[in-house]
Design a protein around this ligand. Structure first.
Ligand code: SF4
Ligand code: SF4
Length: 268
């Protein structure tokens, strides 16, 4: 039954054009992969005690839109991807519940506003860690989850289900090349260049930048995920030469003009 249901979920995701789906048993949260690990009250069974499996869905952030950031274009894409993830997560949870497997959707951005995030920079459940435990990627120096298909240019949502489904294997080799492009590109030096979880993002500096961009309607920042060389999407869009992000490299001036055009509109 578990295998059949897993196949049905994977097919459902294909039908809805959700390219990434992974499965993690709730027990994986009780088996620390590194320290410091996820505190008990942030684990699926503490939030929804019936949880046997966490299903993680991922949607890509289109690289050519991200390249315009900070911009209204990326701002709108970010909102759209979050909305789609929340819809897919909610619908999947309701569908599973109707099939007799009580399930719960966990929202995409559970922090209310950036000022809340500045005071308390953690959410009640981490989708990044769920995606790690569902075998979808590994952490990078930019503190995001890198995936083979999209590098860090992907967003996740999670569904807790009482159905026991076979977990997917974890990715054991780090996908991060330690190129430090993210560290060098961060405009507020919020990344310290150390491996996750020892490397810390200066969350206050990052949140302050986000807040400033939000006031101009051009949040979020996105620079540390834009420059990451990991991800097959770079080949797909013909963006393997990172010199494209050097404003002084004239070989790419038509891209720079395009991004500047977008940046001049829609924000304050
Ligand atoms: S989102 Fe922007 S400010 Fe935050 S760490 Fe990444 S590059 Fe730095
Ligand atoms: S930009 Fe380089 S160092 Fe940063 S996460 Fe990506 S691969 Fe790792």
């Amino acid at each position: 039954m578990g295998q059949r249901l897993k196949e049905l979920i994977i097919q459902r995701c294909k039908d809805k054009e959700i390219p990434l789906v992974g499965f993690a048993s709730a027990e994986r949260w009780n088996d620390p992969l590194f320290e410091p690990w996820i505190p008990e009250e942030y684990r699926p069974c503490a939030i929804f005690p019936e949880t046997k499996t966490v299903i993680v869905l991922g949607l890509p952030v289109s690289l050519p839109v991200l390249e315009t950031a900070p911009s209204i274009h990326y701002h709108e894409l970010y909102k759209t991807v979050n909305t789609l993830l929340d819809m897919h997560g909610y619908q999947l949870a309701e569908w599973l519940t109707a099939l007799g497997h009580p399930s719960l959707w966990v929202p995409r951005d559970g922090y209310g506003s950036i000022s809340v995030l500045k005071e308390r920079p953690v959410v009640f459940f981490s989708h990044r860690h769920a995606a790690l435990l569902a075998g979808l990627g590994t952490f990078g120096i930019n503190n995001t989850l890198l995936t083979p298909a999209y590098g860090p240019r992907v967003r996740f949502v999670s569904v807790f289900t009482s159905a026991a489904l076979a977990p997917d294997p974890l990715i054991t080799e780090s996908l991060c090349t330690r190129c430090m492009a993210c560290v060098q590109a961060c405009p507020v030096r919020a990344l310290d260049g150390k491996d996750y979880p020892l490397g810390l993002t200066d969350k206050t500096a990052c949140a302050l930048r986000s807040e400033a961009l939000f006031k101009r309607s051009v949040s979020p920042c996105g620079i540390c995920i834009k420059v990451c060389p990991v991800g097959e999407d770079r080949q797909r869009y013909g963006r393997t030469d990172l010199a494209i992000y050097d404003d002084h490299d004239e070989r790419f001036s038509r891209y720079h003009h395009a991004w500047q055009h977008v940046r001049r509109h829609g924000g304050r």
